[in-house]
Design a protein around this ligand. Sequence first.
Ligand code: NBG
Length: 865
Amino acid sequence: MTSIIDTGSIGKARARKHVRSLTGYFPEVDESGKEKWPRGDESVWKEGLRSADEDVSSITKSIVHHVQTSLSRQAYNLDDLGAYQATALSAKDNMLLNWNETQLAYTRKQPKRAYYLCIEYLMGRTFDNAILNLGLKDQYREGIDQLGFNLEDLIDKERDAALGNGGLGRLAACYLDSSSSQELPVWGYSLRYKYGIFQQLIAPDGSQLEAPDPWLEHLNPFEIPRYDVQYEIRFYGQSERTTKGRAVWSGGQEVLAVAYDVMIPGYGTKNTNNLRLWESKPKRGFDLQSFNAGDYERAVEASNSAEAITSVLYPNDNTTFGKELRLKQQYFWTAASLADIIRRFKSLDKPFSALPDYAAIQLNDTHPTLAIPELMRILVDEEEVPWDDAWEIVTNTFFFTNHTVLPEALEKWAVPLLEHLLPRHLQIIYDINLIFVQSVEKKFPGDRDRLARMSLIEEGYPKQVRMAYLAIIGSRKVNGVAELHSELLRTTICKDFVEFFGISKFGNVTNGVTPRRWLDQCNPGLSALITETLKIPKSEWLKDLKKLQGLLEYADDPKFQKKWAVVKQTNKERLAHYVETTLGVKINTKAMFDVQVKRLHEYKRQTLNIFGIIHRYFTLKSITPEERKKTNPRVVFFAGKAAPGYYIAKLVIKLIINVARVINADPDTKEYLQVYFLPDYSVSVAELLVPASNISQHISTAGTEASGTSNMKFCLNGGLLVGTVDGANIEIGEEIGDENVFFFGHLTPAVEDLRYQHTYHPVPIEQKCPALAHVLNEISAGKFGEGQTYEPLLNTVRHHDHYLLTEDFQSYIDALKLVDEAYLDQSKWLKKSITTCAKMGKFSSDRAILDYAEEYWSIEPLTVE
Ligand code: NBG
């Protein structure tokens, strides 16, 4: 076989063949100013254009059409999965119309846009949300029914898009939903991981096992591959300085970033934003020379290493890893996103100084911080903008949100690693740093400690780059995610920077959650009851959540309370059914449902909960059967994943499962206390758990949980909150009244001192907290399986007790006592539950995204007609 190779084209991205601006068309106008039709006969084109399927019969036609064409199947061989796929494709067709119009409107009107850079988006399922936001859920239900399927069964066939670990990624997903719903021009940028967060399996001994999550195994109906949107991304190589602060970066490895777009439909509007995910591809399929020389392995090596970049999501939450591949992911994603943003900006034909008027780039946590030196590189090296002007542009374009104060989550990258992988960026970081520390010296002459504290480079072996500091100095504004957290930032991590820049640079935007998914979709019964009670259309309160306050006047009404209780009971039964079909156990739905679901982490203190359960178990065992009958039966649910390398967190899972095994089997107590660990927690499992809780637990050591967002979801669904005075719990308490929350534990200002005492003046646990000591001793003694297994976990509490379990245990037990008492008076309880839901208006992600839009990004809504 012979072929002619154009050597000039090797390694070059192929030119796009069609004439468009990628996000819509720029129409030409004739002399009179009238828009010209780009080509062909306008009327023929227009006749061919598709319109939305809004009635049942066009919806069914579209579904059948997809069965026949896209899937090449027939009614004879169509299972639920196929029916789901065809239906999802038909919903996608509808969304696409709005998506196209939205992108066209953005291109034409050229508003300032915001770009939300987040390395994780925990989207969950899309189909249900799509038909809800399109306002076509009823029509789809009926159409599917006519075709002989059931909507809920089809919804169940969709796999979660689990491109995130926990709160950070789910928040990003809620914000996209709200940006479309509030008609704000926002795009998300992230990575298209081939494998999302691992699937969690539980071994018979209670150990967590991890399996890959090949979520793209089947067709993904909701993404649009954009093979025509590609950028070349460089790694390694050499950077040679030239003049005027510039350099030439060459050599190394080049890979391609290919775009996949995910449509984000707004609720009750045509506005449909975009989430652009990058996939890595080798620049050349494989090395032809090695292939011809018979070295096939070598030939595919380059291709494998390029594809590895976007193959897996790192399964760590609130911890950093320092691995080269992770740094590669971060650079690959930020470089591709910036190239895309800059290309779009350049098509406007404005000077670079205008970039901040057209683009606000949100750095969500430190993961995209490399965007700062990358934009400097583009402006200085490629566009020849003078350094100082470039820095002015950069510091007016970026915004930075910090999501944690945990030291183990604050990213630092080793200088030698950066130097190897991104030599030009390290030079730029050093240059930024020099100018910065010189200005610090000017403001605080001779304060060398301060210079060392504020430098972007941390001394040590090796030296490290402090990414949070780079994000702070390279951004226009910085914020935390709840009042307490933002205040902690200002007084700890950012203290020196507040003194340098002034307080106005450091704000707060309390997190929020989308009420579409987290109330209407997951709790249709409650949503219907609210609509019927408020006597306004659902679309009104779902977009203006403060309207829930209208429920307050019914909080005491016994008839309303009864309806409220029926909804909760139905949700509990729905959850029990799920548990029965997945775990094969029957659950007492008359008992109080108590839920703690979140990533397994020592600071979140699932330990406090399981130790509390053991304590309760011993107490139940110690009383007479008669006395037991007077207690409040409780079913406790846990769910959550542990990072695969997080040994202590995995031991906690094992302990929970083995404690559950003993307690659930004890004939004396099993009517009064049951414990379940639901494996493989996900957005979809949360959608079942959240509406079913009577209480939920958010019990982190004070000052450690930046915000928490599941607390908001549970409260929005009328579940009461047991919590520490931490993160967003505090603001929830302020909104709904402390009398409706079960708060306990030490407050943030006490924590530092307590830790000091633990280190320098330790008191034995037997003395400090006898009840907890008893629990730990029983675990050691083998009450819940081989005691030795748990020693490393128990020792974290016995020695040092960094997360202060010994300090908070007694008040935790007391708080749960109050919960039991309160639950006995159902009418009062229901009033609390209704009040809680009614006062959750503040915690809508619509409010949060509007805060960002107005106070940070300066972008405005643009309604797509
Ligand atoms: C998490 C915090 C949560 C917070 C979410 C969303 C990280 C780094 N941070 O408390 O731990 O709710 O971010 O802001 O994942």
